[in-house]
Design a protein around this ligand. Structure first.
Ligand code: SF4
Length: 289
């Protein structure tokens, strides 16, 4: 792994001897591998999504709910063989899919593990959207479903939240590539997604104007029929020091963004307030690792 350039940070470090921005070494590190029931209904279904939560993150938003793994790197280093066995175990537990959460620093290991064991269920790439086209092309054919976030349009906001003023430019190009790879969404007879892209957007407090720019971009630039998941569960975390992000969104803020979602004729998923109030962050206690 000499000169890692797997993500847009392009640190260029040899991760066998040094870590880059993501804080990860050469081995895959996983914090939890278990059935997960809190994705969109066509991903979680009745039996759950087989979520593999990788440690480290290439974006590291200040408001991240998964701080212990994304910022602090908690988790356990495992071999490629063990990763392949985890895929098999989750499939055996009845998972509808294998859901690889923030796996970008470990793309070569993921591909090697899939070469050892390719499950008979869809492979989901669950990402911040901050991806290079080169790395996405490595995943072409290996990934069936992409679940990218599209977080912010404003370079100022992306710089403030994640030190990545190029976030929108990068993520928007990445999502177009994801749509190119998978085409229109495909669902099975039970309504479970088999192939496609779901674009997720989390509304931030005080940032509804930026949310509307995100929705406008989707409507104007992505193929019609790509589902959009509009999320209202933003939760202020004690580690987030950004002024204004210390509260939940209001009903009025949600209503404003939702009105645009409807006016643009977008379809996909929206959250009831009750669901947002019970937003669920799993224990990163190495379950299933
Ligand atoms: S994956 Fe990690 S080390 Fe590699 S370029 Fe991205 S942040 Fe840097």
């Amino acid at each position: 792994m000499a000169g890692c350039t797997l993500c847009p940070r392009r640190c260029g470090v040899d991760r066998r001897v040094k870590t880059g921005f993501c804080g990860m070494g050469a081995m895959p590190r996983v914090a939890r591998a278990a059935l997960h029931f809190w994705e969109e209904p066509c991903i979680s279904g009745a039996r759950g999504s087989g979520a593999v939560f990788f440690s480290g993150c290439t974006l590291r938003c200040a408001y991240c709910q998964n701080y212990p793994i994304s910022h602090e790197g908690q988790g356990q280093d495992i071999s490629v063989r063990r990763l392949a066995d985890i895929f098999k175990e989750l499939e055996g537990q009845g998972a509808h899919n294998i859901n690889l959460v923030t796996g970008t620093p470990f793309v070569p290991a993921v591909l090697d593990a899939l070469a050892l064991y390719r499950p008979g269920i869809p492979i989901v790439w669950n990402t911040s959207g901050y991806e290079t086209l080169e790395t996405l092309r490595l995943l072409d054919g290996a990934v069936d479903i992409y679940l990218p976030d599209l977080k912010h349009v404003s370079p100022r906001l992306s710089k403030l939240c994640a030190g990545a003023p190029d976030y929108f430019e990068t993520a928007s190009a990445a999502i177009r590539e994801m749509c190119r790879q998978t085409g229109q969404p495909v669902f099975d007879a039970e309504g479970m997604m088999q192939k496609g892209v779901i674009v997720r957007h989390l509304i931030l407090p005080g940032c509804t104007g930026d949310s509307i720019r995100v929705l406008d971009f989707i409507a104007e630039n992505l193929p019609r029929g790509i589902p959009v998941s509009l999320m209202r569960q933003y939760t202020p975390e004690p580690w987030c020091r950004i002024p204004g992000l210390d509260r939940r969104i209001t009903d009025a803020e949600y209503a404003r963004v939702f009105a645009r979602f409807e006016a643009l004729g977008l379809n996909g998923f929206t959250q009831e307030k009750e669901a947002a109030d019970s937003a669920y962050t799993p224990e990163f206690d190495r379950t299933g690792v």
